[in-house]
Design a protein around this ligand. Sequence first.
Ligand SMILES: Nc1ncnc2c1ncn2[C@@H]1O[C@H](COP(=O)(O)OP(=O)(O)OP(=O)(O)O)[C@@H](O)[C@H]1O
Ligand SMILES: [Mg+2]
Length: 501
Amino acid sequence: MIFSKKFGLDISDNSIEVMELKKMFGKISLVSYGRTKLEGEVVKDGVIKKPEVLEKYLKEVLQQAKPKPITAKECVLSLPESKIYTHVFKMPANLDNDQIKNSLPYEAEKVIPFSTKEIFFDFKVLGKEKNQQNIFYAATEYNVIESYNQVLKKIGVKPIVFELESVSTARSLIRGKDIKSPVMVMDIGARSTNLSISYNGAIHISRIINVAGNHFTRVIAKEFGLTEEEAEKKKAKAGFDPTHEEAKIVFLLQKQFVRIIKESQEVINYFNDTTQLKVEKIILTGGSSQLPKLDEYLAENLSLPVEVGKPISGSKLKNKSVFTKQETLYANVTGLALRAASSKINNKDLNLNSIQVKKLQIVPAKTEKKQWKKIYVSAGIFILLAMFLGLLLLVIQRGMFMFKPPEFQKVNIEVDEALLEQFREGEEEKTIKQVQLPRLFISDQVQQLNVRSGPGYNFGVIDQVASGDEFDVIKEENGWYKIEISQNIEGWVVGDFVEIQ
Ligand SMILES: Nc1ncnc2c1ncn2[C@@H]1O[C@H](COP(=O)(O)OP(=O)(O)OP(=O)(O)O)[C@@H](O)[C@H]1O
Ligand SMILES: [Mg+2]
């Protein structure tokens, strides 16, 4: 179904977010959204640990979505960045999409850290230089996709697209003129901080740092002998505010950010150096981006403008006011829902569900198989049509009868035109080859010669011929000649006394 409803689904270790958007006459409006916290290691490091519990949570969050339950049966979901391997390959500029697709498994095998050879991947051409093109490649293990497929199947939902979290997050946060310029999105979540630089609508670099909100809370709890709940509250209050009464917490947080700032600077420098472009802005997102004054602190340390992303309030959503929660926590799911509501769901951005590789062999996707089926069927119809037309032409050529009585076989006769002319002019006698019988003359050695009834002296004499007489020779045998003496009378004369001409 082309117009079936689809929703965005973000499953992380800590929470699930769902959102359904609707596009009507080019305008997007919010249909429903929801969020639930996950308790008890249901998902750990992106791996589903308790599928049945996750099923229960998913049903609940869809049911309790506001302002109404989400009933759509198809979704676009993101995979955690830690489960995806990305790389930018440089390939000859003349390779087309199919050639890139077929050579990528071999190129990736040299750098990919996955133990299995059964993977899903997708790629995007980032741009062409003189002789080469940059290909952004993303891959995940078959088992990862399959584990999400299994759980969603149980609740009757079909995942249509598996996205990279950085791609969906960038979709909801980078807008307007920022799309055309290099922008770094810094997603500081619970478990990890994800840095990704987008330019011209595509991710160019992505890096994960295993330091984020939960770590900050644990450090504060340990340092001040607090429970994690207490530490969480203190962290959220103090943040990077230099005027905050608990300066020690601010200082502690600053220390935890040393690594994040250092790695961010490295990624920015790498991008600037390799592309000759310049990162122009940093957009913050993820729960930890709400730390007070974090934007100012990062701007000072990275010498770039920093702003906190506004996926909903900064968007053109028709009915923004329906949304009443902390929007930072919904940045990723908003990006997923935007793709789900798009009519170009399958030809935009990466879909990790699209190309499957088994032992370096690309397995055609179901949609691709369908396309081939279509091609075979159309080719078959075309051949049948051509045969029919051929037959029709034959019928027209022969008149309206399909089956004519068999014709006599034509034999090629070479006609001698000159000869034919002669016949036409009445000179046929010249053309009929006369059998020229040899002429026999009776020698002058004898006056009379006996004509016998057979070729030999033992045959009786039947007549005599005189010297100088001439006759046609009918036959020759053992030195005797058969001649026609007069009409219908034949006889034989000995060859010793005749001359033949
Ligand atoms: N107001 C706040 N101030 C500071 N930190 C906060 C605030 N609200 C939430 N957080 C932190 O944000 C983190 C959760 O963020 P988020 O929901 O983006 O994580 P996640 O996407 O589930 O995790 P991850 O991306 O690491 O897998 C928690 O560590 C929490 O302590
Ligand atoms: Mg996150």
